[in-house]
Design a protein around this ligand. Structure first.
Ligand code: ADP
Length: 671
């Protein structure tokens, strides 16, 4: 609606017609009315009796007042329904002379209504001037700002990480819910408190002490880790980030500090470190134990610097004080003088060659003992490309000793085999001795007869006496030859652990048994008492039984070639050893024949093994026998008395002495 400002008479001058106190329609007032009509702000004058006195054009345009509203009670004009206490407020303004304000809403517009006293000629207040300032846009922007602030607040409170806004003195301005929760404090308790006062003084951040400097940076600080911050949840490790905040039109600067709780991550890292430290320690322990058990030490030799690093075990092998410096010269002091030149040559070749090397010197220890070692080294390059050798040294002294002992045992067995075979051969050779003996007897009788005749046949007697001497010499020769053969072997009487002796024989014959596809099972009795005898001879018997059993199964192809060796204490309290096979068996053979000298069914057999074995066992006061199995194969067993007591021991000793005293040439060696 567009209309000119109105009075009771259709213009401002009409106030006069109603009440002489209001503007008169003179020239000056006309000008004033014209001016007021140009003002965009609606102006309405309400009289002391709350009647509308006049209004300007904007009031008509904006509020929709019409000339007919002049002289009407304001409360009856619908547009003023938005000012329910209009009359009271106007009368307060008239009585107090003090301006009043009220918010006013017309449709979708908001106004701030200013109610000012209307004074006639500066004397009496006769009404109220209402000016309506349109604040719709301003209010909308305020609403928006409030809305946005509320949104921001909600967002910040839902953020799980604590954040706080500090002023330039690092005093806390406001924080989000997570921040207050972290320290178990309320907004009021922390308002204006320096951040450094929180967390038990953990935030001693240098940059926070220099506010100006702090604000000069776009990022005040970034990812500063602060451990041991005392929080409501106990000590925590926090990461702090700070961002400067500035507001357009505001000189005040603030800093937003965010906190990230990394305690769990730190603990996990620490646990992982601990774990890997523990794993490292364990693997080092494993390595050290492995080196100790395998008697192998390791080393690293940097050729350029001649720096040598040794493992604990290597110090042990060389018998050097652990941790003391090791040099080539020092190593040389332990190398056997005869192996020194070879050692030096190996080292010199390694220095220039850069190839892997292997060397087995002997070490001569300060106490004069010998050690055998095998050294092997692999050439590689260190981080700077320099030649270095990483290697291992194994102490093989024990192995060497065992090998030597085995070789000696093998030789002894072979020797005994030969000697004992000859022992039995004595029986078959006896007839050779018998022949000259019966010749001697015959010749002696003939000689006597020739001397008894008259006259005595002296020439014949002389001849037969000569033959007697010849035959005597022949017999003597046989004995001498046998003596020479047997005198090489000592008969050793000692307590023998048959299990142990058997294990040695098994170890010696294992490869032969394996190549014959024999599956060996040993059932050696626990707590087997010792026997008294010649260990090597008894081993010869066991070896012979094993070989025979293996030979007996040579043609077996339809079943596993199972061989069982068993020791036990039998019913008669004697130590018994049985070798059982699943071979050809004994059905077709007369068992007694087997033990006869020179009996063999093998094309390459000598037929003396069992007879020798039986004679050895019998010389130990034992018994050797054979028996067929229920199923295929046979079992050969021997039993000999255990060392029971002094009486038995003496008996065996006596027997052995008696044996030694016979003219077989055995040399007795008693323990
Ligand atoms: P050799 O082994 O040289 O033949 P031995 O005196 O050791 O001499 O054996 C004599 C014979 O006894 C053998 O040829 C064999 O016929 C028989 N014999 C020995 N052991 C067994 C056995 N375990 N099973 C079957 N026959 C056997």
């Amino acid at each position: 609606m567009t209309m000119q400002g109105a009075t009771l008479n259709g213009g401002w001058s009409s106030f006069q017609g109603v009440n002489g106190d209001y503007p008169a329609a003179n020239t000056a007032n006309t000008d004033l009315i014209n001016i007021l009509d140009t003002v965009a702000v609606p102006i309405v004058v309400v009289r002391g009796d709350f009647m509308v006195a006049c209004f300007n054009r904007a009031a008509a345009d904006v509020l929709g007042l019409s000339p007919s509203d002049i002289g009407r009670a304001a409360r009856d004009i619908s547009v003023f329904a938005g000012l329910p206490h209009l009359e009271q407020q106007c009368s307060r303004v008239i009585t107090s002379g003090v301006e009043s304000r009220a918010d006013f809403r017309d449709a979708d517009k908001w106004f701030v209504v200013r109610m000012s006293p209307y004074t006639k000629d500066d004397r009496q207040i006769t009404g109220t001037v209402l000016t309506f300032t349109d604040v719709t846009a301003f209010r909308a922007s305020i609403d928006q700002a409030i809305y946005e602030r509320e949104c921001t607040k909600t967002i910040l409170n839902t953020v799980a990480d604590p954040l706080v806004v500090l002023d330039a003195d690092q005093r806390i301005q406001s924080g989000n819910r997570a921040f207050y929760k972290m320290f178990g404090l309320s907004r009021e308790e922390t308002q204006g408190v320096p951040l450094n006062d929180l967390g038990n003084g953990a935030f001693e951040l240098p940059l926070l002490h220099e506010p100006e400097e702090m604000l000069a940076y776009s990022h005040v600080f970034h990812s500063v880790e602060v451990p041991h911050v005392v929080t409501a949840k106990g000590p925590r490790t926090l990461v702090l980030d700070a961002h400067p905040l500035s507001f357009p039109g505001h000189s005040e600067r603030r800093v937003l500090v965010t906190f990230q709780d990394i305690t769990a991550r730190k603990q996990a890292e620490a646990a992982k470190d601990l774990r890997s430290e523990e794993e490292l320690r364990r693997s080092e322990a494993f390595l050290a134990e492995g080196q100790r058990l395998s008697l192998t030490g390791s080393f690293c030799w940097n050729v350029a610097t001649d720096e040598i690093t040794w493992s604990e075990q290597l110090y042990r092998i060389f018998e050097f004080e652990p941790g003391t410096p090791v040099t080539i010269e020092r190593i040389n002091t332990r190398v056997h003088p005869e192996d020194g030149p070879m050692m030096n040559e190996t080292i010199e070749r390694a220095r220039v060659g850069g190839a892997n090397f292997q060397y087995s010197p002997r070490l001569l220890m300060p106490d004069g003992s010998l050690k055998y070692v095998n050294a092997i080294a692999h050439a590689s390059r260190d981080a700077e490309g320099r030649l270095e050798y990483i290697g291992a040294v194994q102490d093989v002294t024990q192995r060497r000793m065992s090998e030597e002992a085995l070789a000696k045992a093998r030789t002894e067995l072979t020797n005994v085999a030969g000697v004992t075979s000859l022992g039995v051969l004595t029986a078959s050779i006896a007839h050779e001795v018998n022949q000259p003996l019966s010749g001697i007897i015959t010749n002696a009788s003939t000689c006597l007869r020739m001397l008894d005749v008259d006259p005595p046949n002296l020439d014949g007697a002389r001849e037969t006496a000569r033959r007697t001497i010849r035959d005597g010499n022949r017999a003597s020769d046989v004995i001498t030859r046998l003596r020479a053969l047997f005198s090489k072997k000592e008969f050793a009487l000692e307590p023998v652990d048959l299990n142990e002796a058997t294990r040695e024989v098994i170890a010696l014959s294992l490869s032969e048994l394996q190549s014959n596809s024999v599956i060996l099972q040993s059932e050696l009795a626990d707590d087997l008492p010792p026997v008294s005898g010649d260990r090597v001879q008894l081993q010869q018997v066991v070896l012979n039984l094993l070989r025979n059993a293996s030979d007996a199964m040579a043609s077996v192809d339809d079943r596993p070639r199972q061989l069982t060796i068993r020791t036990e204490l039998d019913e008669e309290d004697r130590v018994r050893l049985t070798v059982r096979d699943v071979g050809a068996g004994l059905e077709t053979q007369s068992v007694d024949n087997l033990f006869a000298p020179f009996y063999t069914t093998k094309t390459d057999g000598m037929g003396i093994g069992l007879s020798v074995s039986r004679s050895i066992i019998e010389s130990h006061h034992g018994r050797l026998w054979a028996a067929p199995n229920d199923g295929p194969g046979a079992a050969f067993s021997f039993s000999i008395p255990r060392i029971l007591d002094a009486v038995t021991g003496t008996r065996i000793l006596d027997a052995a002495r008696a044996l030694a005293a016979t003219d077989t040439g055995y040399v007795m060696r008693t323990m």
